[in-house]
Design a binder for this molecule. Structure first.
Ligand code: ADP
Length: 624
């Protein structure tokens, strides 16, 4: 091998030196050999050169050897005989060179394949080591091999960790030692291997035992390994412990079914949405309430369940909450309107909760249908609305009789005074004038007293004292609308709400303003009784600086000009049973709350009642 590494020049020098040495030796033997066997020593020299310096150096050295041989043979003899010897020498040298070339090639090839083999060995060792590391490191998995008879041949650290036995203890043992006694008795180990042989692979979940005797639920995979000729070589087994996983799956399942059973018994409808407003769950009660199937709504924006304008605004509500954390509805129950699949709307009580799952916020909405409740208590309800009407009438009746009674006195007095004055003036006497003046003074006093009584009564109806608090206007309107609209659905009135969340909060006496709204809504519903289109719209929006405006609009016949003139005056009514006090009380209330109320014609027919309320918003964000 060292020869191969030497440079070609050195090898050539070596070959030439060998020929030179042969030449010197031949020269020394000249006295004995004379001109016999001139090439004798040169053939071994070429052979030695081929062995030591390689075929190429040997073939080059053949040239000088031939010349030297010819020198020893040719220059003293006749040459003929020597030429034959020279040819024999050349052939011999060529044979030697060819042989050595073949030999060289063979040696090179052997050397190459040695190197290849070494490299492959190294690679195989590396792969095997990596594979071992991988198998050993596979947490929770035992990976091992069995021979064709089912005896363990290769066992790894993962298997040791999982099952407790170390390599020395199990190699050569039957894999039946991993089965519980009853499975062994039933012949399961052999059965499993037979299945793997028959089907190529067996996947199963079964109980297995550890060295310490404890049992665990295992996910087992047995693969039959075959030789190229198809004969069975053994089995590869992968076993993992799934006891924990199964237990937590069980726990989760039981929790889920528990939750489902609770939810299915809750009479309220429930809708769960994610932070994008998309519906994640829709309970059976919700399906009944809205007329949708859960499958139709999963992944659909929850705004589908809302009438305008909430439908368009809902995404902004969620965004606002997620950005600011400001809770406008979460954790607070409120009455809002919802829309069914068939497009009809209904009032509902909504409570929203916030839940977090995997850092994604989820919102749960519990919905109580107020109309549903109304329908089940239909009888009670109609009674109730009757009652409201009756009580209103009777309250008015009581008030009217009180009024009549109280007014009786000052009016009788006025009449008496006036009659007395008339008598005195029948026969005018200047001496009576002071008496007439006194009587007129008293008449004026009594008349003022009568006026005072009327005012006091009106104040009493309007509940006199005003208790102002800061209220959310949409909430206030929604609550009042639910009461005002009782029975309106049966009259085919279609309520619409356009409540601007920025027109809130307001500083008002909540009960009084709700009374105003109920009054206006009831008037509107009554006015539309004979109208082809029965649309009631309640709108709220910011008004001039410091105020918000509420508008109750209907598509009724409108107000006649005569009535319009004294609309807010007491005792003006076009209704058979009407007291004509509603609007006058509304005005007293709105004005006592610091606002104004007026009527406008609705464009396209109908009536609009407008009133303003004092905004309770901080001055700075009051613009617009
Ligand atoms: P009442 O309802 O007892 O008649 P109101 O003061 O509430 O008393 O109403 C006075 C009158 O105003 C009603 O009789 C009716 O003629 C008229 N009115 C009130 N609201 C409307 C309306 N939305 N559309 C048409 N007319 C109305």
């Amino acid at each position: 091998m060292s020869m191969l590494q030497r440079s070609f020049a050195a090898r050539l020098a070596c070959a030439l030196a060998l020929v030179a040495a042969a030449g010197l030796l031949r020269y020394a033997l000249e006295p004995w050999l004379a001109d016999n066997a001139p090439f004798l020593l040169f053939a071994p020299a070429i052979l030695a050169a081929a062995v030591l310096a390689g075929p190429l150096a040997a073939s080059i050295a053949t040239g000088p050897a031939l010349l030297l041989g010819l020198y020893f043979a040719g220059y003293r003899g006749d040459g003929t005989y020597n030429l034959v010897e020279a040819a024999v020498f050349l052939l011999t040298a060529a044979g030697i060179v060819a042989l050595s070339q073949a030999f060289e090639r063979m040696r090179k090839r052997m050397h190459e394949s040695d190197r290849h083999a070494a490299r492959r060995d190294a690679e195989a060792a590396l792969v095997a080591e990596e594979l071992n590391l991988l198998i050993d490191g596979a947490q929770g998995h035992a990976i091992y091999l069995l021979d064709a008879e089912g005896r363990i041949t290769i066992w790894n650290k993962g298997a040791e960790r999982l099952k407790g036995w170390c390599e020395d203890e199990v190699v050569g043992k039957e894999s039946a030692i991993f089965y519980p006694p009853d499975a062994v008795a039933a012949g399961r180990p052999a059965e499993d291997l037979a299945t793997a042989v028959r089907e190529g692979r067996l996947e199963t979940e079964d109980w297995r035992v550890r060295k310490d005797g404890s049992e665990f639920l295992a996910d087992v995979s047995i693969t039959a390994l075959r030789n190229d000729d198809g004969s069975l070589r053994g089995f590869a087994k992968i076993v993992s412990d799934i006891t924990g996983r199964r237990a937590s799956e069980e726990a989760l399942r039981s929790q889920q079914s528990h939750l489902r059973s609770i939810l299915s018994t809750v009479p309220d409808a429930m809708v769960v949405i994610d932070d994008q407003g998309l519906i994640v769950s829709f309970s059976a009660a919700a399906e009944r309430l809205f007329g949708y199937q859960e499958a139709e709504l999963l992944g659909v924006n929850v705004s589908r369940l809302m009438p305008s304008p909430d439908r368009e605004r809902h995404d902004a509500y969620i965004r606002r909450f997620l950005e600011t954390g400001e809770k406008r509805i979460i954790g607070i129950g409120r009455v809002v309107f919802a829309e069914r699949k068939n497009g009809s709307t209904f009032p509902m009580e909504l409570s929203i909760g916030e839940a977090s799952s995997d850092s994604h916020p989820l919102f749960t909405g519990f919905i109580r249908d107020l109309t549903e409740r109304q329908r089940t208590e239909a009888r009670l309800e109609s009674l109730q609305s009757e009652l409201i009407h009756v009580s209103r009438v009777s309250a008015m009746g009581t008030m009217a009789s009180t009024l009549a009674h109280e007014l009786n006195q000052p009016l009788t007095a006025v009449a008496n005074y006036v009659e007395a004055i008339r008598d005195l003036l029948a026969d005018p006497d200047p001496a009576d004038m002071p008496m007439v003046r006194d009587a007129l003074d008293d008449t004026a006093k009594e008349a003022l007293r009568a006026g005072h009584i009327v005012r006091r009564l009106r104040d009493f109806v309007a509940r006199g004292e005003v208790e102002k608090t800061i209220e959310k206007l949409p909430l206030l309107i929604n609550e009042a609308a639910v009461l005002g609209l009782m029975g309106a659905r049966e009259k085919s009135v279609e309520p619409r709400f356009d409540l601007d969340p920025y027109a809130s909060p307001v500083l008002v006496d909540k009960v009084q303003i709700q009374q105003v709204l109920i009054n206006l809504i009831r008037n509107a519903v009554e006015a539309m009784a004979d109208s082809p289109v029965r649309q009631l719209t309640v709108t709220s929006r910011p008004d001039q600086r410091g105020f918000v405006r509420v508008i109750v609009a209907d598509t009724g016949p409108g107000v006649t000009p005569e009535v319009a003139e004294q609309l807010f005056t007491a005792f003006v009514s076009t209704k058979a049973e009407g007291m004509g006090l509603g609007l006058s009380i509304c005005r007293t209330i709105v004005e006592a709350n610091g606002g104004r109320i007026w009527m406008e014609k609705r464009p396209g027919g109908g009536t609009e009642f407008h009133f303003t309320l004092v905004s309770a918003k901080a001055e700075e964000d009051d613009v617009g």
